[in-house]
Design a protein around this ligand. Structure first.
Ligand SMILES: [Ca+2]
Ligand SMILES: [Ca+2]
Ligand SMILES: [Ca+2]
Length: 181
């Protein structure tokens, strides 16, 4: 039943006055040959397929290190991200305003990690770690994310799965309270 949907190299989102674009990036020697990375909508969220040799539709670090870039049309307050295909060995590297953190928290609440959660972009990466940076056990999807605009409590959240049908043109919207629940 579940089928992967290829979204190409960028994907627009819009809800409740919050809009922007998601793009996929690759890091590492030779990654230019595999670009552009393709955004894959899999059963439980958005992943990245970086080339024909990428063994995993998730955001992973086998082969090339994969990064999902979220760019907003305006500065927003970053609220949360939820993940799919999460295992005990998965960790995500998240960057906001030049600050980078590593976490296994799901949901991930920006306010728990960043002193400044007002931004017009954030990135989520699966980077290799361990001895010589050879450990490539991360593989996850991004299931949803939430962001708020001023004046509060206007808020929007984005469900990145086929079930929600977000990219068919519909979207879901909730209050700030509901988004944090
Ligand atoms: Ca991948
Ligand atoms: Ca890991
Ligand atoms: Ca996983």
């Amino acid at each position: 039943m579940a089928t992967d949907t290829n979204h190409g190299s960028s994907l627009a989102f819009s809800s409740g006055g919050v809009s922007g674009t998601i793009t996929a990036e690759l890091t590492g020697i030779g990654s230019g040959m595999a670009s552009p990375a393709i955004i894959e909508e899999v059963g439980d969220g958005l992943g990245i397929r970086s080339s024909w040799i990428d063994p995993d539709d998730d955001i992973d670090s086998e082969g090339f290190e994969e990064t999902m870039v979220f760019t907003f049309d305006r500065v927003v307050q970053l609220d949360f991200i939820t993940f799919g295909d999460v295992d005990s060995d998965d960790d995500w590297t998240i960057s906001v305003n030049g600050t980078t953190v590593n976490s296994q928290s799901d949901p991930f609440y920006f306010s728990n990690y960043f002193s400044n959660i007002w931004a017009d972009t954030f990135t989520v990466s699966a980077f290799r770690d361990g001895l010589l940076g050879l450990n490539a056990d991360d593989s996850f999807t991004i299931q949803s994310f939430g962001a708020s605009v001023v004046p509060l409590p206007a808020a929007a959240w984005f469900l990145l799965t086929a079930v929600g049908g977000l990219f068919g043109g519909r979207w879901l919207r909730g209050s700030r309270g509901a988004a944090a629940a």
